[in-house]
Write a protein that binds this ligand. Sequence first.
Ligand code: SOE
Length: 383
Amino acid sequence: MRTVKAAVIGTGFIGPVHVEALRRLGFVEVAALADIDREKVEQKAAALGVPKAYDDYRRVLDDPEIEVVHNCSPNHLHAEINRAILEAGKHCVSEKPLGRTTEETRGLVALAKEKPDLVNAVCFNYRYYPLCQHAKAMREAGELGEIYAIHGRYLQDWLFLDTDYSWRLDPELSGASCAVADIGSHFCDLVQYISGLAITEVLGDLATIHKVRKRPRGNVEAFAGKLLKPEDYEEVPITVEDYANVLFGLDNGARGMFNVSQVSAGRKNYHCFEIDGSKCAIAWNQEEPNELWVGHRERANEIVARDPSLLKEAARPYAHYPGGHPEGYPDGSKNLMLNIYRKVAGEDPSADYPTFEDGHRVMAVVEAILESHRSRQWTKVAY
Ligand code: SOE
């Protein structure tokens, strides 16, 4: 495989996750990092051993050796930077959400169509856990039967205290939704991908548990988990949700529900789904990702272990170690990056990865949930 050079824009929680995943591929060189804060980007580049540090993302786009640009900036910059990456003739790997509104994401899908030679990808990484791939392969083989219902939850606690603050709570930076867009988006993408179904209508009930939060003076990363002293913060009103319950309908008539929370004490990244089919049910939990539960009525339930020898053929390449040697979050990201870069390197023209179209479709679901909450009515998803 030829060597591909990449740059990562954004050095918060997720930028370094991309750097690590890319390095594990073996044929990708992370040539540059970019962030607006010169001191921070230089420190991160030195710590991660990345040769170039830019304090303006445009310099990445002008750098002729860089073929692929990863957009790990805060949400309000996603659309602008994604557009600029494609217009500069570089492959674009965007963090979710693709943009803050469907107006932005629709425009990006249209631009991507004009650039068929450039990869456009969105990081819905949870698809690429081996047992999620196994679940999808079970559905494709007809082993779930007709899907009746999908349910699940995505719970975290990093916004549990009123002293927890993040740019994700500022609609100017994050968009009109916090928890639904940040983590509900992953749930919706994952269950649609595994089931092969599309969410067509929603009924959302959103809540802002902490209506006033203590914003630290200075910037704080997700999961930073710092406890603050009174002199360190100022009080700010919060308008976006940190909790939501959502009912939904799917295009085969199946029913669904999920809830999301970033204020559930003790839940760190508790992302779970269950899919009920006419032949069996399946359940998976991101915090125990090496087991898939298969539920039966007329015989004993099963646990499928993440052991390559037990996985469906299509899922096997996503498991890199023998059973009993756990794989998790960094490995799912590595699997996603491998698929994207096999396409970039010309090794696999039909590689499976989430595209701008997928990012747009999930944003349409998020917007419908917000509209439903506002109108207190079931709302159709306007793709
Ligand atoms: C913060 O809620 C966050 O980092 C999300 O932004 C990620 O997408 C999710 O994987 C973990 O939690």
